[in-house]
Design a protein around this ligand. Sequence first.
Ligand code: PLP
Length: 386
Amino acid sequence: MRGSAYERPNKLFTPGPVNIPNRVSLASIGVCYHHRVQAFAEILGETLEMLKPVFGTVRQVYPIHTTGRGAMEGVINNILTPEDKAIAVCNGSFGAMAAKILERNGIPCVRCFESWEASVDLEELEQLIREQRATAITVVHNDTSNGLVNPIWDIGRLARKYDLMLIVDSVSAAGCMPFRFDEWGVDAVVTASQKGLMSPAGMSFCVLSEKAEQASERITSHDFYIDLKSIRKSLQKNSQTPGSTPVSLVLAVHEAVKMIGEEGLEQVYARHQDLSARTKQALEAMGFSLFPEHCRYRSDSLTVAAPPAGVDSSALVKHMREQYHIQIGKGLGDYADGLIRIAHMGYCYEEDMLQCIAVLEASMADLGWRESAGAGVQAFIKARKG
Ligand code: PLP
């Protein structure tokens, strides 16, 4: 059928999944390896090595055959038990998701900072840690629901001071923004394949501190499927994973991290920072307000904004997708109908953002909410450095 989504696939500006480079797609179907052959073990080993700088660590990177939420649940259950008590920073949908994981698994959990519009107050957090005598803290590096960044570097200091296990979800930041596992004093971090790692969904990766690894040696209450102890043993024995490895996903991530290495990690971060700053300026020039209104650190991998008065953000998102095949994100949860979320995440360059902003402007004009297009594109171009 002409004009069907099959012929004209949407270009993705959703904060995951993101567009997949051709190189990555081709690599994922290039060779049909059995997961137990040496050649594939070497590819898996190389992938995990190349991921170390992405996490800012010299420690082992673990592959986990599941999406981001599965990996968060697996990591939590492998290093905490119902004898622990976790503080869950909930200032976004994915912060609250970690709390739900803890609660569902019977691990006592104290939710805090539940507004999606507020940064963490470190003094308040320290006070809570003291009062609650917690043993762990869960926090999202970059919450994809509101584009708010939590200062893992500062929270890491508190975790070290009070000997807490610090568990971080960096699903929508790793590979887009610096993560310094070793330097920040993190005990566990998780990311997934479909965001900064520019691959299809279904694969995740984590790093554990020595303390977290020791905890995982003792704990047996986790489920059978995600068993970090057995993943560790399998990697050490022959650079393989327990069970059947999703070979095509590993091949995809292998190619994607190779691309990141070729561009240079620092350059990748600088590109995200540049696209983020310019997209934010473009949206403001079009009358959008950045969300949350006040926050200390905003995401470099996505921009979240409320539209000008009278603009229906859901209708706008729908029109962009149906008319122009450009897919951006709606708000989530209570903000489902009041926000847009635009990703500049992973495989995304200046020309892509120009297209997205131009289509956003064209859609606003089509729907009668703007007389003329151009202010956003102009602001984006003007904000170019150098
Ligand atoms: N954490 C964050 C910050 C996310 O953005 C997402 C997905 O959007 C998840 C966790 C869950 O990941 P997945 O959808 O891969 O299970």
